[in-house]
Design a protein around this ligand. Sequence first.
Ligand code: G3P
Ligand code: CA
Length: 252
Amino acid sequence: MSPDRRGPLVVAHRGASAALPEHTLAAYELALEEGADGLECDVRLTRDGHLVCVHDRTVDRTSTGSGVVSEMTLGNLSELAFGGNGEPVLTLSELITLVLDHTSRPTKLFIETKHPVRFGGLVESKVLAELARFGLAAPPSATHSRAVVMSFSAAAVWRIRRSAPLLPTVLLGESSRYLGGGAATTVGATAVGPSIKSLREHPEIVDRAAAAGRATYCWTVDDRSDVELCRDLGVGWIATNHPGRTREWLGR
Ligand code: G3P
Ligand code: CA
């Protein structure tokens, strides 16, 4: 996850989600077509222990149904339509398969664990088990890893590091997290993950992270001036809802 001379690598946030409904297979396929270097997804655990790609605590905003993801079974979720064309809920397993089947580029999958507190580490252990099932939990190096696990929870990142020390991680958060006590270093995260707002206010985050041996992953970077700021600061990865346009801005 080291900075690239060509500028930041481009991560499709929830897929090419400005063009197609977030977290749908179609949105991820479009992101791959547009040349995204990475795909970002949020994962939640269903009541019966399946990992699904849903951002919110409930399915109300993104599906035809309503209810709390963690109180529903995969069967319940499968009855709903996500996105305008009736797409089914996307499982983490299906998304990993898409990434691995896309053999023309070594696209990375950035998996963000949501609600880690409620399940006391179960989400992380399930994510690791899923990655292990696909042979992705013990990469030869962080650079060559096809998966990155991210969280706003330092405890979640720490659990991943403890169980899968070779897997790269991002500790997400606002600037106070990186400028003060160095939480990313404490939990051993491979990268810091500030918002673009934090980076505009505190661009020194990138150099401080680099001095501590950490890369920077910035979200959610949709404006051209912000893409250029990230490029000039040496940010390693940017998450955007517009992967194609962003790559063009970077001259790819
Ligand atoms: O990539 C990190 C970013 O996705 C964090 O915010 O709310 O979009 O999950 P959120
Ligand atoms: Ca996310």
